[in-house]
Design a protein. Structure first.
Lengths: 360, 146
């Protein structure tokens, strides 16, 4: 009996192997290596972002069971989730907090890529796909913010979509497209719901697969100062994988305590015939542009202030996206100082303006 | 001979490519048009009853419905009234009357207008659209300026 069981197991393994070729994958995982150096810890944030995204998908599906995307019912259905449904407050709170943490962790991931110079050839497309994913996350945040149909979200969406109208030439078209009409209303809610639960998840999944495939293809990069001479590495499986799992566990602990200790509030139901309340502000990750916009006067010389802000933000975004292309000289040597300086400058701008936007 | 073969191939290539492009466009075009919301003719109203005179206190402002848009009706004192389109000229928020300063205030980016709707400070690029206020018997009417 005893001797037959390993062979039975082997038979099953063989059976599966013959029909899937799974062995190649196992082989690959066994040989995958992760470089070890003083900055290895930053490698975990990509994985943490992925983990939080998975939590978003799960809690999002749960919320879908009760949420109703119409102006008459949206607020009430969220209220119902929070007061009647068992653990509803927790699921919603986890969804909201996890969204915030995911964007935070994506930002940390992005800046660590910059400061470790991992965007270098041949990883330009990995960088670009990552930035696109960050953009999608922000779109998730913007569309999801409106769904509870409360006052703050209503006015934040009015402002946000009106900014789109300042885009030259296509502005009006774009604003109407986003709002599903001339003004923020029921049509906007339906549309944002569609974006949030169908369009964005679809596009994100595809892009995420591309991003992960590229990461697999090229492996983890070592910072230029570690050099090719250093070949201290650990196996991806199980060494790095288990560590990553611990990081996920830690992220889960932070998420769980935040969600339980500071449950998300709902605020008041949006009323199109009420003035915008004091203290209107967008989610924290939009605070820096929000505050910048507040500072720009309505007219700078002959240019419209909003337009100026918009052009400024776009230029910064393009400059940032092209980073891998201006970061190294012809011989492929990274201009470490310049890139680090740019990263610090951007980080400083985002941090100060977000802070000012929050307190003022 | 050889060049004829290549020519034929490139012709077939063009035809295939062109056909494919045409069908992609013919699928995409309706979808893109579909996404653009149709223009719904707005019930354009020119006048509305805001309420009875004694519902409004002197030195106070109230948001009233003007069609499906908000309007700000201000009773400056016993006899003086003002009304504006309550949509801020900056980024679309709804403004409010601020009693202590007797100014119109937009909470979104701290824009301020005076009692005539002119910009005092903040980012709004232009004055608020002013409406006309008329009193008939004990009712307050708001109308668009001709
Ligand atoms: S929307 Fe009124 S000040 Fe910006």
């Amino acid at each position: 009996m005893r001797s037959s069981s390993p062979s039975a197991r082997k038979q099953i393994v063989n059976w599966i192997e013959e029909r899937t070729g799974w062995g190649a994958v196992r082989e690959f995982i066994e040989h995958k290596k992760v470089p070890i150096h003083s900055a290895t810890i930053w490698y975990y944030f990509g994985g943490i972002t992925l983990f939080l995204f998975l939590i978003q998908v799960l809690t999002g599906i749960l919320l879908l069971l009760y949420y109703r995307p119409t102006p008459n019912e949206a607020y009430e259905s969220v209220q119902f989730i929070m007061t009647q449904v068992e653990f509803g407050w927790l699921i919603r709170s986890v969804h909201g907090w996890s969204a915030n943490l995911m964007i935070l962790s994506a930002f940390i991931h992005m800046f660590s890529v910059v400061f470790l110079h991992s965007y270098r050839k041949p990883r330009e497309l990995t960088w670009l796909s990552g930035l696109a994913l960050l953009g999608l996350s922000l779109a998730f945040g913007f569309s999801g913010y409106l769904l509870p149909w409360n006052t703050i979200a209503y006015f934040a969406t009015k402002v946000g979509t009106d900014m789109a109208a300042a885009v030259p030439l296509v502005g009006d078209w774009l604003a109407r497209f986003l709002r599903g009409g001339d003004d923020v209303g029921g049509a906007t809610l339906t549309r944002f719901f569609g974006f949030h639960v169908a369009v964005l998840p679809g596009v994100t999944t595809i892009l995420l697969l591309v991003h992960l495939a590229l990461v697999q293809r090229f492996g983890m990069s070592s910072p230029p100062w570690v050099g090719p001479g250093n070949d201290k590495q650990m196996g991806f499986f199980p060494n790095f994988f288990l560590r990553e799992l611990m990081a996920w566990y830690a992220a889960l602990a932070v998420l769980g305590s935040l969600a339980a200790l500071f449950p998300l509030e709902l605020g008041e139901k949006a009323d199109p015939f009420a003035p915008a309340p004091a203290g209107i502000r967008p989610e924290w990750y939009f605070l820096a542009p929000f505050y910048t916009l507040k500072l720009i006067p309505s007219r700078v010389w002959i240019v419209d202030g909003e337009l100026l802000g918009l052009v400024g933000f776009s230029l910064i975004a393009v400059w940032w996206a092209l980073l891998p292309f201006w970061a190294s000289n012809r011989d492929g040597i990274v201009k470490v100082r310049r890139v680090t300086g740019a990263g610090v400058a951007l980080l400083a701008y985002l941090a100060t303006f977000s802070y000012l936007g929050y307190v003022k | 001979m050889h060049s004829m073969e290549t020519q034929r191939r490139s012709l077939v290539g063009w035809l295939l490519g062109g056909g494919l492009t045409a069908s992609v466009i013919s699928f995409l075009y309706p979808a893109v048009r579909f996404m653009q919301p149709p223009k719904v003719p707005e019930a354009s109203i020119n006048e509305t009853v805001a309420g009875k005179i004694d519902e409004f206190k002197p030195n106070s402002g109230t948001i009233v419905k003007f069609g499906n848009r908000p309007a700000l009706l201000i009773r400056v004192n016993e006899t003086e009234w003002r009304a504006f389109n309550a949509i801020c000229t900056h980024l679309n928020c709804t403004v409010q009357f601020e009693q202590p300063t007797s100014q119109i205030w937009c909470a979104c980016h701290n824009g301020r207008f005076d009692i005539n709707g002119q910009v005092v400070s903040g980012p709004p690029p232009g004055p608020l659209e002013e409406f006309q206020v008329r009193i008939r018997e004990d009712e307050v009417f708001i109308s668009k300026r001709a």
